[in-house]
Ligand binder design. Sequence first.
Ligand code: GDP
Ligand code: IMO
Ligand code: MG
Length: 424
Amino acid sequence: MAVDVLLGLQWGDEGKGKIVDYLAPQYDLICRFQGGPNAGHTLIFDDKKFVLHTIPSGIFREGLINLIGNGVVIDPITLRAEIEEIKAAGVDPDGRLLVSKKAHLILPTHRLLDQASELSKGKNKIGSTLRGIGPTYMDKTGRNGLRVGDILESGFERKYNELKDKHLGLLKIYPEFSYDLQKAEAEWMESLDILRSLEAVDCAYYLNDALAQGKEILAEGAQGSMLDINFGTYPFVTSSTTLSAGVCIGLGLAPATIREVIGIAKAYCTRVGSGPFPTELHDEDGERLRKEGKEFGATTGRPRRCGWIDIPQLKYTIMLSGVTQLALTKIDVLDIFETIKVATKYKMPTGQETDQLPFDLNDNNCVPILEDHAGWQQSLHDATDFDTLPATAKNYILALEAHLGTPITYVSNGPERSRLIERT
Ligand code: GDP
Ligand code: IMO
Ligand code: MG
């Protein structure tokens, strides 16, 4: 009947995979609408852990369709590895995993261009996951890209070679970058078979028909709102629209089909890669957050930068996507803290206080004003009910809710599927 959206409100890794996996049984279809294998969505259940990069996080729930939408960029090599992993876990993707014919393909040379570009930027690098995301979206908007539908048509090899040759020409502007394409190219070509074996659909017709039949759809965001190409911390962003607006263009659904927008935020904040991060901690508290939260990238293994939760930042991303309810994750990571801090405003170089994000979020422009909250200093890992949480934990959650003016309907207190407190 309608589309609900679930998306990250910070710089990614908010726990989207876990929450989508939890909510999935309420829906008929789970759809990824943007991003690609730069994403790493972790699911933990029955003592097993999976990290999904391209496949939507509803795949382990029986009877649901999972769709990779037209706004996604697909690397057939990563997709094949993921499909092998889910098959080994007993999931048959046949008829359960669909792909849009209009989704763009990440070529081996897109990855090379990403690597060469990052290398050439030196200290100013974006900190990309080097999965070829930027160059693939560049070819999409530059009207050069290859799409899933192309691999089903004759003439694909010619189109592939034309684009590859173009990329090899571009790589010449990075003479210091050396590469070996042969092995990756052979693997890529082989991986196309598995992509061909999936049901390829016209995503817009397929999903609008599903809605007409009364089906419920959950759109799963990747990355986070602060990595959005238009409204994020440009140029330290990804190359897609990570906001709720991305659902429309990434799936072919009209704005009025969207019902709830569930925004996810960690009870603190992290970022991986370069770029501004006003509440980042460079002290022992930052280390404690990293250690307790196991804050290492699910895709690249890089240590994540850690800091306190940032109210102006969250108010901004709630506004951008019209968030109607919030999921607060990793509350248990704060169990060990005596005092928990919350950035409520920024102090500008003029001395003025603001709760709006300036054009440039650098350290001088955004000195966070921090509010102290008493910690609970006990484990929340086994909590199942909001009312029985320690008063200090309830106060923290209620204070965030009041600052953000948006109901916190889910509180996640552990990485496992079962660790979730629902507030009605
Ligand atoms: P995503 O990209 O938004 O899906 O998030 P990631 O999977 O990259 O990172 C979130 C990490 O936190 C993963 O290791 C999850 O298993 C873990 N996680 C999710 N929710 C919770 C939680 O409530 N508490 C704890 N301690 N870990 C969580
Ligand atoms: P999920 O879906 C966290 C970051 C990279 C880099 C910038 C650009 O797991 O939350 P790209 O590879 O897109 O060119 O990288 O964006 N980034 C992410 N950070 N979680 C992600 O995805 C990310 N996807 C990209 O670290 O700073
Ligand atoms: Mg992640």
